[in-house]
Design a protein around this ligand. Sequence first.
Ligand SMILES: Nc1ncnc2c1ncn2[C@@H]1O[C@H](COP(=O)(O)OP(=O)(O)OP(=O)(O)O)[C@@H](O)[C@H]1O
Ligand SMILES: [Mg+2]
Length: 482
Amino acid sequence: MNLKRHFIFANAAAVVIPLVMTAVFALVFLFISSNFKSPWFSFEDYQTLSETQIELLYIKQDILKQSPDVIKSPEFIKELQTRLSAINGEFIVLQGEQVLFNSHNLSKIDVAKSLDAVNSHVGNASVKLGNMTYRIHSVKLSLAEGVSGYVLLLVPIDPSALNDVTRFLILIGIIFTLSFVLTNVFASYRFTRRTLSPLNHLKKAAGEISSGNLDYPIVEEGDLEIQELCRDLELMRLKLKDSIHTQLKFEENRKMLISSISHDLKTPITSIKGYVEGLRDGVANTPEKHDRYLQTIYAQAKLVDQMIEDLLLYAKLDLKQLPFDFERTDIEDYLYEFVLENEPACTQNGIELSFQSSLIQHTQILLDQNRFRRVLMNILDNSKKYIQKNSLGEKGEINISLRDTQSSIIIELMDNGPGISKDDLPYIFDRFYRSDRSRGKIKGSGLGLAIAKQIVEGHNGIIWAVSKNQEGTRILISLSKF
Ligand SMILES: Nc1ncnc2c1ncn2[C@@H]1O[C@H](COP(=O)(O)OP(=O)(O)OP(=O)(O)O)[C@@H](O)[C@H]1O
Ligand SMILES: [Mg+2]
């Protein structure tokens, strides 16, 4: 329930519930009193009082309905006598100040007392006649003679019945007040439970978060608006936690990057330093030796250069600082061209490079052609590199194939090299990861596949490897169709 509805409902309930409870109580009370005798409330008395009042009202109406002069007719007097005696009442009929008729039970003194009571009171007077008390109701009529006529109706009042009614009304008042207080206490309790306690929990959570405890969960509770607030704050907490986690990861990565770079650069630089010292100290004393030293220095310097270039590229890709220049590209033509470009170098190394496509029609995809060439080159270089050093004597073969699914194209680069062990396979796309076998003699920094992965992901694609030791390697790339 939302906060607004909750407020309206609580306020309405605080009024309606006490009213309903009081009404139910009154009905039950009257029912019990009418069926069982109660020492302090007589339903019969109350009933008689109500019936007398109602009959009196009818009599008054009937008098007023008739012509005023009817009060002089004996039939009227007779009927009045009958009706009033049914409720133990008496009457006096006056023309001006002259008494025309009065009921049989009234003596002259009673009439005089009644007239005196009427004259000295404003509104309904009451008079005590014998041991009975009467309330006098006066009906005024204009008679034909131009004088006023009066019918005074004397109705007995029972003080005990009046007391019963008063007691009943007080009881009803108490019940209403009690149920009103109870309903309000209940409404306040519910309000506290549904609104204030969630707010208190939120306050506690905010305190925990601001003091750095980002694992303190915020539970959705309370009314709709408060639940929404909890949800937003929980999202904020998760994002904050995530960003701090990423920050820590970046920090960790940075440290790892520095240590890996220093380690990987150290080897070729130490080697360069050694050969330069050899030259300077005259160790390379023959022109051949001199030449070999210089060539080694050049090769190592090239390696450092390549490593730095790869590193810069990887860092930029990692920080998403390199914009991609996507173009609509016919993937089959693009791969065919790549194979043509690289075939001679492979043949020179004794490796057969082939290409098959199972696409039925020309398929366009969005490609940053230059960067994607880097992906293919890195994979092809790996195949060339690892086939040569580990081949079991059979001819090296690299096959590039292209197929498609309903929504994407799949490029597969397969070689018949030494394969990758299942221990290394999960890590080959991590930066600086090189299998122990590769670390030996094969040059490289372990960035080739990490760069390939960054670029493929920049194309919203997926790259993965399938390989077994001694069973060749398959690198697969899936890209969405345009
Ligand atoms: N075709 C393959 N055959 C066998 N092992 C492979 C092949 N491709 C990759 N690997 C393994 O995966 C590791 C990571 O490859 P990656 O291209 O990232 O690094 P690298 O080739 O060692 O160095 P770089 O590419 O930076 O010169 C390699 O060291 C190698 O162990
Ligand atoms: Mg490589």
